[in-house]
Design a binder for this molecule. Structure first.
Ligand SMILES: Cc1cc2nc3c(=O)[nH]c(=O)nc-3n(C[C@H](O)[C@H](O)[C@H](O)COP(=O)(O)OP(=O)(O)OC[C@H]3O[C@@H](n4cnc5c(N)ncnc54)[C@H](O)[C@@H]3O)c2cc1C
Length: 420
């Protein structure tokens, strides 16, 4: 049996504690907040999309960064086992919704936190709340000639040093910092010789360059297809729902796309979002449709001809961008003008100015380099008995319960890998 300190009482830290305590270790969680799981509380709009019940290949496809690193962790604690744990060990019944998203039946994230806390107490985990860890203490491995180090304890904010045999860093990322995740884990990792890749906001809304996007504020588009393009190369495309805001664009398919383009934006490369407002119609089908609409209003102004085709808020902008004189009679519009209109509707372009800040990012991309961590144990390759779990690692996924699954799986694997 060994004495394990877990830094961070979020999803990864709590699951790490369950893993380590189940193996018979003495476990201590140090959490700087006054309660556990502050971020879990706000997940899934307060309902907590606790995991995703899809097959493993779908899980892996939804991991944007370093999916291969996740193989062992996901096979050690799968999504099915997470659901079973909540149902059986924690008495929190789980239901499956559209897209295999798993939620507590009660629709309350607080029930997930309560279930975890109960289980931690049952397993005799020591929970230290309001305790901020300032540093990790290491020492030379005495019988090693290579100068290898091992972890020997932590230093608290008040200077107190607490000795232990192993440490699991589960401090989260850098987004929604009011929940406690303010990047401390990256500092601990760097100070102990680990590489930390650039961190970026992901699953994040995007600021638009075009001033007129403000006029579309509040408009939600349901069945559109967006393509994220950089230097004429399509980076990502998806069909679904998006939203215009006072600063730019948001909504499910924009958030997903942001995870693929955040690094390009950081490098200063121009990203354009091409929105196909009528993805169900080919260009010629859309042209036919417009011709039919025009036939019904043949003597009206162009400005009054698009009501059946487009949302009201969109019409003045499409008219302005089309270059067609708004008071031109519909029957005077040329074929070229009409085909230009078709292209505009099939490819309404928003140029991205920047991402919104970390405080609006559901997830942090980047973190402790997976090259420095053993994927079969989550142990550091540089410091013996030091482990990493959760969002602090350079692994991130799309929305749908995948990010919490990463936290549960890496946390549990780190916990059960602690050496006796
Ligand atoms: C608004 C929002 C909604 C989300 N919804 C979902 C969802 O429905 N489904 C999903 O799968 N994912 C969701 N996510 C992502 C998911 O919440 C995170 O990926 C997950 O919580 C990461 O878990 P973690 O344990 O690694 O980090 P965290 O949950 O951030 O926990 C880290 C903990 O470490 C503590 N800590 C940090 N530094 C120190 C220190 N120095 N000393 C002591 N303690 C410290 C922090 O206070 C914190 O409690 C959402 C995220 C946000 C922001």
């Amino acid at each position: 049996m060994s004495n394990v300190i877990i830094i961070g009482g979020g999803a990864a830290g709590m699951m790490a504690a369950i893993g380590a305590a189940t193996c018979g270790h003495e476990v201590h969680i140090f959490e700087k907040n006054e309660k556990l799981g502050k971020k879990i509380y706000i997940t899934g709009k307060g309902r907590c999309n606790v995991t995703n019940a899809s097959d493993m290949d779908v899980l892996l496809k939804n991991i944007v960064t370093n999916p291969k690193f996740m193989y062992s962790a996901l096979y050690t604690l799968s999504n099915d086992t997470v659901i079973q744990m909540f149902n059986e060990d924690m008495n929190v019944p789980i239901k499956i919704e559209r897209g295999n998203r798993a939620f507590p039946v009660s629709d309350k994230s607080s029930d997930i936190i309560m279930g975890l806390t109960r289980r931690l107490r049952e397993l005799g985990v020591n929970i230290h709340l309001g305790e901020e860890v300032k540093d990790i203490i290491t020492e030379n491995v005495t019988d090693d000639t290579q100068g290898k180090k091992r972890v020997s304890g932590i230093k608290l904010k008040d200077g107190e040093i607490i000795k232990c045999d192993s440490v699991i860093i589960a401090t989260g990322g850098y987004s929604y910092q009011t929940t406690g995740s303010n990047g401390d884990g990256y500092r601990f990792a760097k100070n102990t010789g680990h590489n930390v890749t650039d961190i970026l906001p992901a699953l994040v809304p995007l600021n638009a360059k075009e001033e007129y996007i403000k006029d579309l504020q509040g408009l939600s588009l349901k069945n559109v297809e967006v393509s994220f393009v950089c230097k004429n190369k399509k980076i990502y495309s998806e069909f679904g729902e998006m939203l215009f805001t006072h600063f730019g664009v948001s909504g499910p398919i924009i958030l997903s796309g942001s995870s693929y383009v955040s690094k390009y934006i950081k490098r200063g490369e121009q990203i354009s979002i091409n929105i196909d407002l009528k993805p169900a119609l080919s260009e010629s089908e859309l042209d036919d449709r417009i011709l039919r609409d025009f036939a019904e209003v043949i003597n009206k102004d162009f400005a009054n001809s698009l009501n059946k085709l487009l949302p009201t808020k969109m019409i003045p902008i499409i008219i302005a961008l089309s270059g067609i004189e708004p008071h031109k009679k519909v029957n005077e519009i040329t074929k070229e003008e009409r085909l230009g209109l078709v292209r505009l509707i099939k490819q309404f372009t928003v140029n991205v100015a920047s991402t919104r800040s970390f405080n609006e990012a559901i997830i942090t991309q980047g973190g402790v380099s997976v090259k420095d961590v053993n994927p079969g144990t989550m142990e550091s390759k540089h410091i013996d008995n030091l482990y990493f779990a959760g969002e602090v690692l350079d692994v991130d996924a799309l929305t749908g319960g995948y990010n919490l699954q990463i936290a549960w799986s890496t946390g549990y694997l780190a916990g059960i890998s602690v050496k006796s």
